[in-house]
Design a protein around this ligand. Structure first.
Ligand SMILES: [Zn+2]
Length: 322
């Protein structure tokens, strides 16, 4: 994994090493050309899961990309682009196509369900190329899965432009893959403590920083201030942008911020709807308690923001297996 300078976010899913090669998307025979190219490799996906390489029965932190003949049919194909660098198994400039498979097709490719892996568990260990490919592929597959009809007239739409457009035959309307922006915020107080919240629907002792979707017609800064007030009752100020990464569950973009509690803020109160508990943590308190807490997944921007504030990596109960 890339090492980032101190103070920067270590964003697992923001890594990428693929040229998206957007100009090729408009080639009318793109997939025919790709299928005739012996270098083309296929990232097979079934219910958001992909295959990883195995060596002597041990799973490796690398995507198992397939030759085109190994994937006879697909519900959806998307041209993801060309790899920038060589990997252990593929040369640089390898074209990669996402193939979303039906249950039957997935069984033909790999019948052992234990060999299909999801991004939450495998993402952190992957290379820049593979983390980027998996993230891009999952966001696109999830978007297509829920946007199969024209938004104007409801006619089933067809996939064009290498998988990057859906078009309605009836009124010619084109729909492009969307991503939903959400802000996520490290609120700190005058003592430089961080605010963590726990949602009612979570397991006991799962904590994270607060987040919410940007609403239509709203700036990112306004969304930070509104969402933090709604969830915590606190008035925050001076939102500082920290970084972003895709969050393909199903197709969000997480925009990380820090913000300070205003001197004139009312007292903290959990909204009781989304956030059940709120608590300030000093570095000493979080360091002492982390191993008993369920902190956000290592692939999340929430974890990266919390560790940036803390100053080093934390080991939570999620990783100790407790
Ligand atoms: Zn239509």
């Amino acid at each position: 994994m890339r090492h980032l300078p101190e103070g920067e976010l270590n964003l697992v899913l923001a890594r990428h090493a693929v040229d998206r090669d957007y100009l090729s998307r408009s080639r009318p025979d793109l997939f025919d050309e790709l299928w005739q190219n012996p270098l083309t490799r296929v990232l097979a996906m079934y219910e958001g899961q992909v295959l990883l390489l195995e060596t002597e029965g041990r799973v490796q932190p690398a995507l198992r990309l397939l030759e085109v003949d190994a994937v006879p049919s697909a519900q959806l194909r998307v041209y993801l682009g060309k790899s920038v660098d060589a990997s252990a198994n593929e040369p640089a400039q390898t074209p990669v196509v996402l193939a979303v498979l039906s249950k039957n097709a997935a069984d033909l490719v790999e019948p052992d369900s234990a060999k299909w892996h999801n991004l939450r568990k495998s993402g952190a260990g992957l290379s820049d190329r593979d983390a980027g490919l998996f993230t891009q592929a999952l966001a696109l597959a999830n978007w297509h899965d829920t946007h199969k009809h024209c938004p104007s007239c409801g006619t089933p739409s067809v996939v064009e432009q290498g998988g990057w457009v859906r078009r309605c035959f009836k009124d010619d309307q084109e729909t492009y893959p969307r991503t939903d922006p959400a802000i996520i915020v490290a609120i700190v107080d005058a003592q430089d403590r961080i605010l963590l919240g726990s949602q009612g629907v979570w397991e006991q002792n799962r904590w994270s920083i607060l987040a919410g979707f940007v609403e239509p017609g709203e700036s990112l800064g306004a969304a930070v201030i509104r969402e933090m007030f709604e969830e915590s009752g606190l008035v925050v100020e001076d939102p500082q942008y920290l970084g972003s990464q895709a969050w393909p569950f199903p197709y969000s973009l997480m925009l990380g911020f820090s913000a300070r509690v205003s001197d004139s803020s009312p007292s903290m109160v959990a909204d009781g709807i989304e956030i059940e508990k709120l608590r300030w943590f000093s570095r000493e308190e979080l360091g002492a308690a982390a191993h008993e807490m369920l902190l956000p997944n290592r692939i999340s921007i929430a974890r990266a923001i919390i560790e940036r504030w803390y100053g080093e990596k934390l080991v939570s109960a999620t990783e100790t297996g407790a």
